[in-house]
Ligand binder design. Structure first.
Ligand SMILES: Nc1ncnc2c1ncn2[C@@H]1O[C@H](COP(=O)(O)OP(=O)(O)OP(=O)(O)O)[C@@H](O)[C@H]1O
Ligand SMILES: [Mg+2]
Length: 353
């Protein structure tokens, strides 16, 4: 028998007044999984997390924790712990008391409590700060206290709402690695909210891509990156070139004057949107045999060290982005060809859908 998912969301809908902010969300999270909610500002990430934690009630649908309905149980009655986007520390309590708060509410014995708080503070590299108050900490330190306060509860599901947004780039990366290690070591089922796609790609077992309260795709980082299900996902994750292709009677697809095979089934005369990543394209002085070659004009370029990013336009004035890696000092100019293998073009969907 399959082990039961730790958390299940079934047909979740949420309205704020007339504003339908979460639309028919179905989702399962397995034990020990690190799941990331990814999507633009306002897409509903926090709202979804708050419903799982019990701070909002869904208007429709069920939330099951280890198979039991919890959507009407208040936050303290479910075994979840949430780190808020605005981290919400108690300003009148020391770091130690902030982290100990949940355990005190649960009437944890003093010795056990002290041990667990110390362990959580150590994990978040906050030793020596036990006696400080939140206003005596930097934003990044406060954020780490908030994470420690959730971790110490050893929750069934840990919910983190952009918990690293206030850390500088270096610290953010090291805390990110640390957090992932702790999560894996403890086997903690975790939902992590971010709108930073590189954070999502690097940390997650599973990514849930949301837009306007709708799940566009659920998948591993590689699935989301290489096999986006909608043009939105293709465009939101990384940088891509979205093309409109037309199906031919020969099963090939056409883009302007070129036609090339695809492993998707296509229908003659229908149009398709497709994605090709900038790193899959090269610029060449002439068409290349066996590859798709689209004539383009170089409009602009950006030297970025490991690569040069070219901004080019094809004969239909459509802009493309092409990344040329290990460029040395060579800079291209003028009329060239954008060249790529046909199999690098990911056909997403029929345009009419
Ligand atoms: N308490 C509320 N009352 C009314 N509308 C709300 C409330 N909370 C959120 N909303 C609206 O619901 C939508 C989703 O908001 P939510 O906070 O879940 O977005 P988010 O994905 O977390 O965005 P961000 O990345 O900016 O944190 C937005 O349109 C927001 O304005
Ligand atoms: Mg939010």
């Amino acid at each position: 028998m399959m082990a039961e998912s730790v958390l299940q969301l079934k047909g979740i809908n949420k309205y704020f007044g007339k504003n339908h902010v979460i639309k028919n969300v179905d989702l399962q999270i397995e034990k020990g999984e690190f799941v990331t909610f990814l999507g633009p500002s306002g897409c509903g990430k926090t709202t979804l997390l708050r419903m799982i934690a019990g701070f909002y009630e869904p208007d429709e649908g069920e939330i099951l924790l280890n198979g039991k309905r919890i959507e009407k149980i208040p936050p303290y009655g479910r075994n979840t712990a949430m780190v808020f986007q605005e981290y919400a520390l108690f300003p009148h309590m020391t770091v130690f008391d902030n982290v100990a708060y949940g355990l005190k509410v649960k009437k944890t014995a003093a010795a056990d409590l002290a041990k667990r708080v110390a362990a959580a503070l150590e994990l978040m590299q906050l030793q020596g700060m036990e006696r400080r108050f939140p206003n005596q900490l930097s934003g990044g330190q406060q954020q780490r206290v908030a994470v420690a306060r959730a971790l110490v509860m050893d929750p069934e599901v840990l919910l983190l709402d952009e918990p690293l947004s206030n850390l500088d780039a270096k610290l953010r990366e090291s805390v990110r690695v640390e957090l992932r290690e702790i999560q894996q070591k403890m086997g903690l089922s975790t939902i992590y909210v971010t709108h930073d796609q590189s954070e999502a790609l690097s940390m997650s077992d599973k990514i849930v891509v949301l837009k306007d309260g709708v799940i566009h795709q659920i998948g591993t980082a590689q699935e989301i990156y290489f096999e986006p299900k909608t043009p939105f996902v293709a465009d939101f994750i990384g940088t891509t070139n979205l093309l409109t292709l037309v199906g031919g009677d020969d099963g090939a697809v056409h883009y302007r004057d070129t036609s090339f095979p695809t492993n998707k089934e296509v229908h003659s005369g229908l149009s398709y949107s497709a994605s090709i990543r900038p790193e899959c394209i090269k610029l060449a002085p002439a068409p290349v045999e066996g590859k798709v070659s689209v004539p383009v004009h170089i409009e602009n370029r950006m030297f970025l060290g490991e690569k040069v990013r070219y901004f080019v336009k094809d004969k239909g004035n459509k802009p493309w982005i092409v990344d040329m890696f290990d460029p040395g000092r060579q800079i291209l100019d003028g009329d060239v060809y954008a060249v790529f293998p046909a199999e690098k073009v990911w056909v997403i969907q029929e345009e009419s859908v």
